[in-house]
Design a protein around this ligand. Structure first.
Ligand code: ATP
Ligand code: MG
Length: 262
């Protein structure tokens, strides 16, 4: 199953991606987590020490790899002719960070041409790798996307089975998720679920979301004091107690929408 995580900035995309990846891998599924943020931090949320996480070069920034695979060094000017079908089938093995026996992370970096500042070989390589993973990886693929990301571009989006669009219990944030659902529908992503995160008042949040969202299930994740505490120390989601609200609510999300489908 291929799962895309979208939503407004700061709503909890990376925390949810990490929790889903860790929980699914602990159940025994093979999981590949892909970080496509221009300032990637999924590694830290998966429990990698921040000083080590900082040393990981995202694929889209790995000039040597890009040159080797596409034939062009990034920044070598407009009009350079590069291979559009670079080799990517060894990238998980070579650049994947093993989080546990069942879970690997590949830090892809931004696939947004406007953020990378070019329509360049880096993006060609990154997108080809993501497409390859979505089509060929034997297990769950979880993609932590950047707010309003290029991940909706042609050739990628249609490979997802499910989108969790995460929002806070505010009108603005929920409306962004509503837009994501529209996009996902147009792009043939089979199923979308709205995750309202950081909820304090369950009833109020549900009412607010139901007023704005139609045609997609809504799942609540409660505000959890443990998250600011682990973030303060630079720890990952793996340090959250299993009985913490965030983990319980994410586990319910898995039971309700993922395990039933897979
Ligand atoms: N349920 C929750 N309770 C309390 N804090 C939370 C909860 N979910 C996420 N947070 C906190 O919200 C902040 C943003 O979370 P996170 O980095 O996962 O969001 P994001 O959507 O990936 O952000 P960005 O758009 O910058 O990538 C973090 O400090 C995180 O610990
Ligand atoms: Mg994030």
């Amino acid at each position: 199953m291929r799962i895309l995580i979208t939503g407004k900035g700061g709503t909890g995309k990376t925390s949810l991606s990490a929790a889903l990846s860790l929980l699914l891998s602990e159940i025994g599924f093979k999981v590949l987590a892909l970080d496509t943020d221009s300032t990637p931090n999924l590694a830290q949320s998966l429990g990698i020490d921040p000083s080590i996480a900082d040393e990981i070069t995202p694929l889209a920034m790995n000039d040597e790899l890009i040159r080797e695979r596409t034939g062009v060094l990034p920044g070598s000017g407009w009009g350079a002719i590069f291979k559009l079908n670079p080799k990517v089938d060894d990238i998980i093995e070579k650049f994947g960070v093993k989080i546990n026996d069942n879970l690997s992370l590949v830090v892809v970096g931004s696939i947004d041409a406007s953020k990378q500042g070019c329509l360049c070989p880096a993006i060609a390589l990154a997108k080809r790798f993501i497409r390859y993973s979505l089509r060929r990886f034997d297990g769950f693929v979880i993609v932590d996307s950047e707010a309003g990301a290029e991940v909706f571009g042609r050739g990628l989006a249609e490979n997802f089975d499910m989108m969790f669009t995460i929002c806070e219990p505010t009108v603005k944030s929920i409306k962004i998720s509503r837009n994501m659902i529209r996009l996902a529908k147009q792009l043939d992503i089979k199923r979308s679920i709205v995750v309202v995160n950081k909820v304090i008042d369950n009833e109020l949040a549900m009412k607010l979301a139901e007023n704005i969202i139609s045609g997609a299930p809504i799942h609540i994740i409660h505000y959890d004091d443990n998250l600011p505490a682990i973030e303060y120390n630079g720890y990952g989601i793996n340090k959250l107690p299993k009985e913490s609200r965030f983990m319980i609510d994410t586990k319910q999300l898995i039971d309700k929408y993922i395990l039933i489908e897979s």
